[in-house]
Design a protein around this ligand. Sequence first.
Ligand code: NDP
Length: 251
Amino acid sequence: MNSFGWYGALVALEFGLAAVTVVALLWIRAPYGRYRRGGWGPTVPARVGWLVMESPSVVVFAAVFAFGAHRADLVPLVLLAMWLCHYVYRAFVYPALMRPGTRMPWLVVALALAFNLLNATVNAWWIAELGGYATSWLSDPRFLAGAVLFFAGLVVHMRSDRTLRRLRAPGETGYRIPYGGAFRWVSSPNYSGEIVQWFGWALATWSPAGLAFAVYTTANLAPRAFDHHAWYRERFPDYPADRRALVPHLL
Ligand code: NDP
């Protein structure tokens, strides 16, 4: 099999994982955060878990990128910078800012780590090797629209992460109703923003791997967003009635 054949097989695997994930999450709530419970094996401090499972998205992406034939070309470098904007935040800044004290199962960390190894590899491989972008791609409407969506989604999810973080005083572990920003419209704007961001990436890279990641992110986060929404409504009688789970005014 040539490079495109292997790449196609790995991307197909990622689409397959998205299908398995969405079906599994219809039955099982991923056992971290508010759904953490016994029976999922040994646990690790959540900030260590986030660092371990997300840092390969920086390290492996950079390593695969460094071997790509187009690693010094302008478009791959711009796309690398976009990827790092997200993953330096998610792998290093987000865990550093998290309130200490919560834990997550190693199993969740291991599954996310395995996915991130695959996802970082196929995305970097496309960008630095197989994509073969001309510099004119930077003025293509698909790149421009994708970049706008990517950064808009990034801002929404980072701002929403911050709002959630500020709901608790130091040492507190309970839950409150979040208000402000995109929480006016949906219960999980951190997830909405992340999903928009990766569809923006799919558009900006115009790649099978980018699309697979956007689909996987939706498969992973949409069921959790609906669970969060139902969870808030069950526990808070004064929960804003017009707020939706994931998509303003719709879903
Ligand atoms: P959650 O919204 O479940 O939790 C985010 C943080 O905020 C946690 O520390 C949580 O504490 C705290 N928190 C949430 N709601 C409240 C509340 N009402 N009151 C007080 N504190 C609250 O998000 P996730 O942990 O699932 O995800 C974190 C980030 O990672 C998100 O931005 C998400 O988009 C991204 N992500 C991306 C994935 C992908 O496939 N691309 C997969 C998973 C996450 P606690 O942990 O104690 O509940």
